[in-house]
Design a protein around this ligand. Structure first.
Ligand SMILES: [Zn+2]
Ligand SMILES: [Zn+2]
Ligand SMILES: [Zn+2]
Length: 116
């Protein structure tokens, strides 16, 4: 395999490889690049990407799962709720309004802020 370097820019940026960055991806489960992301994702996130067509979902766990709440059943099941982009229980809910650097489960969802 021959590597062809594009010479469109004169300035040479160092380290322009496609290597994975060692830092964790700030988008976590929301990363739309998912499995193709250059940043590091946790094993949990990779499992989620795999279950969702290789990509993350924006607003991960910020809305209730309609299947689970209306029918009591979701294709991702109860035990694999983590693989569902929506939350099954309030404890899973994430808020992107209160988002902090390491986006923990904080037990309420983004839409809770809209009620005011
Ligand atoms: Zn990413
Ligand atoms: Zn679900
Ligand atoms: Zn909040």
């Amino acid at each position: 395999m021959q590597r062809v370097l594009q010479r469109s820019s004169r300035r040479r940026k160092p380290a322009k490889s496609r290597r994975k960055y060692s830092t964790y991806c700030q988008y976590e489960f929301c990363c739309i690049k998912g499995q193709k992301c250059d940043y590091t994702h946790t094993e949990e996130q990779k499992v989620f990407f795999k279950a969702n067509g290789g990509k993350g979902r924006r607003g991960y766990k910020s809305k209730p799962c309609q299947f689970f709440h209306n029918k009591g059943d979701c294709k991702h099941g109860r035990s694999k709720a983590m693989n569902c982009a929506y939350y099954h229980s309030e404890e899973e809910a994430r808020c992107y309004v209160c988002k902090n650097s390491d986006l923990e489960y904080i037990g309420h969802a983004s839409h809770d802020h809209e009620d005011q």
